[in-house]
Design a protein around this ligand. Structure first.
Ligand code: MRU
Length: 350
């Protein structure tokens, strides 16, 4: 990996790559308050399920460290303040469950430390956030290897949105397959959907794959059927924001259409899913909250209007691919095949 990094923890400050500026500019934003972290997640300076989970974990550390002990005398007030910050950070984006998972993991530990001092709690929170970050790095590699075991040298993979190093701590999830292939001396090529409305495929995926020397071809979203019909695609590999207990999977809007096309052309669809993205409390896709974002994302491209300002829009940021269109869910603990309900339960118990 070269110099560009997605997120770095530097003594009470989370440094984030500003992904709203890629590929035009490589710039970083320093987050020093809970509000900074909330805004960075909400405005998508940082995005991608694992990356927002790790950022929110550090956000909780920042919450503890910026707590003004002088104006709150007792520990219960400190705890209440942390609980409030936890809910606030969790409300920054609704769909990716990694965000809730990371904040809850930090808070569960905090709630167990009833007899500890505030200083001890702060130290434990930082240790845990760093552990979440490190675990995500390791998960990225294992998912990449597991995905690679499903492909053969020379294969071409279509991906949607960005589930790469920009969306996580190291290699990413779906895109980890290309980086692990490079490490193993295999040649796996990529087709990247541009991914309207926010163009993560064009701005981020084609950028990061090209930066790392992966053979990547960018296509507009409406070209997926043609490239599949021409026999150019051996597998579809995408990331996810939340996998329900029955295997229904929420990912970037457009993933559902790609999965339907792949089903038509009998191309396997693999979901790269860290177990932190699997929500066994969600029985099926209908229980997954889908974020709706502003009209300007649909009305504008690169800041310029491509439609009349007043026209009505609809902008769901994610869709749910029904489990029947998914060939396998690839986690760091192993590859899960249908029947997903039983097999996800088994893998989550590992
Ligand atoms: O809206 P975004 O850019 O946060 O959406 C990102 C995705 O949909 C990714 O595919 C998903 O979070 C997995 S990232 C490893």
């Amino acid at each position: 990996m070269n110099e560009i990094f997605t997120l770095k923890w530097r003594k009470n400050t989370l440094v984030l790559l500003d992904q709203t500026k890629i590929p035009r500019e490589v710039a970083y934003v320093e987050c020093k308050t809970v509000q900074d972290i909330y805004d960075a997640i909400q405005t998508m300076i940082v995005r991608g399920a694992p990356a927002i989970g790790v950022s929110a974990a550090y956000g909780m550390v920042i919450a503890a460290n910026t707590y003004d002990g002088k104006s709150f005398s007792d520990k219960e007030k400190f705890m209440d303040y942390l609980r409030e910050c936890a809910e606030y950070l969790k409300s920054s984006r609704p769909t990716a469950v990694n965000l809730m998972w990371a904040v809850d993991r930090i808070m569960d530990k905090v709630e167990e430390m009833q007899i500890a001092s505030i200083e001890e709690i702060k130290a434990e929170m930082e240790k845990d956030a760093i552990a979440i970050h490190k675990e995500d790095e390791n998960t990225n590699r294992t998912i990449g290897l597991n995905l690679l075991s499903l492909l053969k040298d020379g294969d071409t993979v279509l991906t949607h949105c960005n589930a790469g190093s920009l969306a996580a701590s190291a290699y990413g999830t779906a895109l980890a397959v290309f980086y692990m292939a490079q490490e193993k001396g295999m040649n796996i090529k990529a087709y990247a959907d541009e991914t309207r409305p926010r163009l993560q495929g064009a701005n981020l995926t084609s950028f990061e794959l090209a930066e790392h020397g992966v053979d990547v071809t960018l296509i507009c979203d409406n070209m997926a059927a043609v490239v599949m019909s021409q026999g150019k695609i051996d597998a579809v590999i995408v990331g996810c924001d939340r996998v329900a207990a029955n295997g229904d999977t929420a990912n970037k809007i457009g993933t559902y259409s790609v999965s339907l096309l792949a089903d038509h052309f009998q191309i396997p669809v693999y979901i790269a899913a860290p177990t932190t993205t699997i929500d066994m409390d969600c029985p099926d896709g209908s229980a997954i909250p889908i974020e709706e974002r502003g009209a300007d994302e649909v009305l504008c491209v690169n800041g310029g209007y491509i439609a009349p300002k007043e026209v009505k829009t609809y902008n769901p940021a994610f869709d749910v691919t029904p489990a029947e269109y998914i060939t396998a869910i690839v986690t760091e603990k192993g590859i899960v095949y249908p029947p997903f309900k039983e097999n996800l339960e088994k893998i989550m118990r590992k």
